[in-house]
Design a protein around this ligand. Structure first.
Ligand code: ATR
Length: 491
């Protein structure tokens, strides 16, 4: 017998399977072949409420498969409750339209039952009651929605597909478990399966994972906030800490040896240790080698591996910005330090053809120019170089709290250009303020910071049977903005 038991989803629903898959669960599907109408009419005869009915249906589907199937079996059911009545999936498009007509401008509830069985017995039951408010809609709007969504709407009790952008636009409010809305309460389910050893013994009593960020000074780092939020969301046992290590290679190497010994999975590395990190590692990624610095160290049995996610973080932030997700033809980079190297590597990787670099100390710009094949201009010549730029990036420390502003005349930038400042304290630097005033699209340093954090999380906390992809979303953004606001009050 294999060490980890099989997991079977007793449901033919594509969305339930997609949700489990997206959560990294290794499972098979078995359709239960249960006649739901018989169970429903029996439940009605017995005078059961809708919650009991949903649970009874989930139980029946789960048990139909669990009778003959080893390992864990998962069952689920969903009933739409609206003004005291239960609704089934619409039978045809006319009924789907009628359903939306009735429910528009009002709130309904999705009763979701999710259950798990093992050894032919139900071992766990969970009930969620998310509530959803459909906005007021005209007949024409409802017709247009049904037409655009097509007969997929017949697969859902509400005659909507909440998981698509089109379907999501029907709602004024959705309260409750988002995955239960879609058909399966995956988070409580996985928490229980983990507790039951479904993903192996290691997961029954998981060893906490430790990671952190090493730098000097380090107390103001926002990285713990990002990682610990993802730790919280994923339910992994672990913690991400700040570790202050004085400048100098010897102090750094000693600290890394200690962290390895303590069982840390890895660390992010920031100023002034990024070059030390590359030197310390036994192996390094192409990105870290090209950039000449590492912001990630992973401690493995076969030594320490250095990587650099700054370039990928910058590229991701660009890709996610509506104004900058197209191919960049020409970009100007201000500064020639470590930050500039990451940005230049990223711009090269996304196919930017022409990169112009300007730095206060021209020799440093020229050295980079030679290495990466860039055009070098004088620091004072910036405005004249802006004419063809799709993108202007500040990688200098100018504009940072306590530093002078970056003074640059943006008049020469084309209207379609984007201005990216990798500085994030303050969130809106004088450069971004000026760009916004000129009507240009802007990207702040927080976007790059959040995206560069994701590979570290995946490497250290995410390497588990139940994997959570670290998401950079508005909730995380809000958390960071709030933290930056609070920090400002201390200064
Ligand atoms: P990082 O690794 O964060 O990029 P760095 O290597 O110290 O930090 O680089 C800082 C960048 O900001 C450099 O390009 C620096 O220009 P110099 O190479 O001339 O030092 C730039 N910088 C810092 N202060 C500046 C200022 N007052 N005016 C113009 N550029 C400045």
């Amino acid at each position: 017998m294999s060490e980890t038991p099989t997991i079977t989803l007793a449901s033919g629903s594509a969305i339930r399977a997609a949700i489990l898959k997206a959560h990294g669960v290794d499972f098979q599907v078995a359709k239960p072949g249960v006649d739901e109408s018989i169970i429903k009419s029996e439940a009605m005869k017995a005078g059961l409420g809708l919650e009991d009915m949903a649970m009874g249906l989930a139980d029946a589907k789960c048990m139909a498969v669990a009778k003959t199937q080893d390992g864990f079996v998962i069952g689920a059911d969903q009933i739409l409750e609206f003004e005291g009545r239960a609704y089934d999936k619409p039978r045809d498009m006319a009924e789907a339209k009628a359903r939306l007509h009735e429910m528009q401008g009002k709130t309904h509830t999705l009763i979701n039952a999710t259950v798990a069985a093992r050894g032919g017995e139900i071992i766990w039951r969970n009930l969620e009651r998310p509530s959803l408010t459909i906005r007021s809609m005209t007949s024409a709007e409802i017709d247009a929605y049904i037409e655009a969504a097509g007969d997929e709407v017949l697969l859902s009790v509400g005659a909507y597909q909440v998981e698509t952008p089109l379907g999501a636009s029907l709602f004024n409010a959705i309260n409750g478990d988002w995955f239960a809305v879609q058909g399966i309460a995956v988070n409580p389910l996985l928490a229980e399966l983990r507790r039951q050893g479904a993903f192996g013994e290691e997961w029954k009593n998981p060893q906490p994972v430790f990671a952190g960020v090493v730098g000097f000074p380090i107390s103001h780092s926002l990285s713990p906030l990002i990682h610990n939020e993802w730790v919280r969301r994923s339910g992994v046992a672990g913690q991400y800490r700040t570790i202050e290590v004085a400048p100098g290679y010897d102090a750094f190497a000693e600290a890394m040896n200690d962290l390895r010994e303590l069982g840390f999975a890895g660390v992010n590395v920031t100023i002034p240790h990024k070059e030390n990190a590359l030197r310390y590692a036994d192996r390094a990624s192409d990105a870290a080698t090209t950039i000449g610095a590492a912001n990630m160290l992973s401690f493995g049995e076969d030594g320490t591996y250095a990587d650099n996610s700054d370039a990928a973080g910058f590229a991701q932030a660009l890709a996610k910005s509506p104004s900058a997700s197209h191919r960049m033809e020409t970009a100007m980079v201000l500064g020639a330090g470590g930050g500039a190297r990451g940005v230049i590597a990223a711009l090269r990787s996304v196919g930017c053809k022409r990169i112009i670099i300007a730095n206060r100390t021209r020799e440093k710009a020229e050295a980079l120019g030679e290495e990466f094949g860039l055009e070098v201009i004088d620091w004072s010549a910036q405005p004249s170089g802006l004419a063809d730029c799709d993108l202007l990036v500040n990688t200098t420390s100018l504009g940072m709290t306590g530093q002078p502003a970056l003074e640059i005349d943006l008049a020469g930038l084309p209207n379609k250009a984007t201005v990216f400042d990798i500085v994030y304290t303050p969130l809106e630097t004088p450069l971004l303020k000026a760009a916004r005033a000129r009507g240009l699209a802007v990207i702040n340093g927080l976007e790059m910071l959040m995206h560069q954090a994701a590979p570290g999380f995946s490497a250290w906390f995410g390497n588990r049977p139940y994997r959570l992809k670290p998401q950079v979303d508005d909730d995380l953004r809000d958390l960071m903005v709030e933290a930056l606001k609070n920090e400002k009050q201390h200064d």
